[in-house]
Ligand binder design. Structure first.
Ligand code: ADP
Ligand code: MG
Length: 409
């Protein structure tokens, strides 16, 4: 078998593995079942694409979104990897099936809905499968933020295939991880977690009070490109206009805009060195702008995972960057209301717990980074020296002293 490092260089054009990639690849090549948790952008795809090239047979990749699959097939093919996807958009399904059965494919992407059909199962009987990769594996867990019932039905298929399994996700808290391991039959010692710390991001979390002024002050103090995540389309327009009025280049971005306007604003932002983009969370997926100097949230994001992901778009170049969260009690009231009225009853407990974790984060008087990293299962130092609470510790009332006075009075 070829040396993984040679494949890394020759096929992918990279000089070295990043972080835990080599540990994951080693385990997979030894045939051991693995769950890896790595932040977005850390390079999860390589963890199954490289073994797919190295091992005889085809790697099946379970992936939840057609758009993601097509993107992956394109970039794998560009590297000379034999990759295909079976989706409703696949032109010549028979050609893909023939390639699979004749052993020509390194990688086959398929959605869980299709993977769990009888027809697909029967087809795999006649194929040689080297690895099953389950991407976005948090979808298997009701505790995760994006539960997909079809992921639950995968187990018989992957149990039946005599191939190692590799589950990958960016966003699993401890509980979701334990659930993924159990649901997919991966041993506890098969868990490999990459570091989530983004030491160059400075976190600030402040109550909202006069948001327009708060944002203008931020835009004045903070040079470089920035993103303001807004809770509504109307807010993106309003905030962009406010910022332009004070002389800062700014534009809006949301899914309701004319496509050419939206992509125009996105392109202007990607090129710009000082523009602020006021966007809904529709913005960010697949956008590669390394020099974003700040990310602000005009309202509380949907979860700690979302907060981490969205703030993570700042400072990808490793230079200092800022994350500002402007929160209000009404954000939480609205989120609670949504859970009780719109979420399926069996998922409510999990959602409440996740919302409470977010509330504890915004109200905390201790290191923000430590709370975030603990949430992602790490064991960080008590203080980071680079968040609001570490730099300027909140003056809390010493409860014990107060209590003593009350008791001794
Ligand atoms: P994830 O799925 O974890 O979000 P991707 O697999 O999409 O991340 O990879 C993110 C980017 O990192 C891609 O552009 C990929 O080419 C790049 N990348 C992955 N591994 C390496 C590596 N070892 N060295 C350099 N770049 C890498
Ligand atoms: Mg990925």
């Amino acid at each position: 078998m070829r040396d993984p490092l040679d494949i890394l260089k020759e096929t992918f054009g990279f000089t070295a593995f990043r972080g835990v990639q080599s540990d994951v690849v080693d385990r997979v090549m030894r045939g051991e079942d693995t769950l890896t948790v790595m932040p977005t952008g850390a390079g999860k795809s390589l963890c199954y694409q490289l073994p797919a090239v190295a091992l005889d047979g085809t790697t099946i990749v379970i992936s939840p979104l057609i758009a993601l699959m097509e993107d992956q097939v394109r970039s794998a093919s560009a590297n000379g990897i034999a990759a295909a996807a079976l989706t409703s958009a696949t032109q010549d399904r028979q050609a893909v099936e023939r390639a699979l059965l004749s052993g020509e494919l390194d990688l086959l992407y398929v959605a869980p809905e299709r993977a769990t059909t009888e027809r697909f199962g029967r087809m795999l009987e006649d194929a040689r499968i080297s690895l099953v990769a389950i991407d976005e594996a948090h979808c298997v867990s009701e505790w995760g933020h994006d539960f997909r019932p079809d992921y639950r039905l995968l187990r018989p298929l992957i149990d039946h295939l005599q191939a190692p399994r590799l589950a990958l996700t960016a966003t699993a808290d401890r509980r979701t991880r334990a659930d993924i391991l159990q649901q997919l039959g991966i041993p506890v010692d098969g868990l490999i977690v990459a570091g989530f710390d983004r030491p160059n991001i400075r976190y600030h979390v402040v109550p909202r009070s006069g948001l327009p002024t708060q944002l203008k002050r931020l835009a004045k103090a903070q040079p470089g490109p920035g993103i303001v995540y807004c809770p509504s389309r109307a807010k993106t327009e309003k905030i962009a206009a406010d910022l332009r009025e004070m002389g800062r280049p700014a534009a809006a971005y949301h899914a309701g805009m004319e496509p050419h306007l939206r992509s125009g604003n996105q392109e202007a932002f990607v090129r710009s060195e000082d523009m602020v983009l006021a966007a809904t969370i529709a913005f960010g997926m697949g956008i590669d702008k390394p020099d974003v100097r700040f990310v602000a949230h005009a309202a509380t994001p949907k979860s700690i995972e979302a907060y981490y992901q969205e703030t993570g778009r700042a400072g990808r170049d490793g230079e200092p960057a800022e994350a500002w969260l402007f929160w209000g009690a009404e954000d939480f009231a609205r989120a609670r209301q949504r859970i009780e009225t719109e979420v399926e009853p069996e998922r409510r407990a999990g959602e409440r717990e996740r919302l409470n974790a977010l509330a504890a984060f915004v109200e905390a008087a201790t290191c923000r980074r430590a709370i975030l990293l603990r949430y992602f299962g790490e064991d960080p130092p008590e203080t980071c020296g680079n968040c609001d609470n570490c730099l300027d510790p909140p003056k809390t009332i010493d409860v014990t002293v107060v209590a003593q006075k009350v008791l001794s009075a």
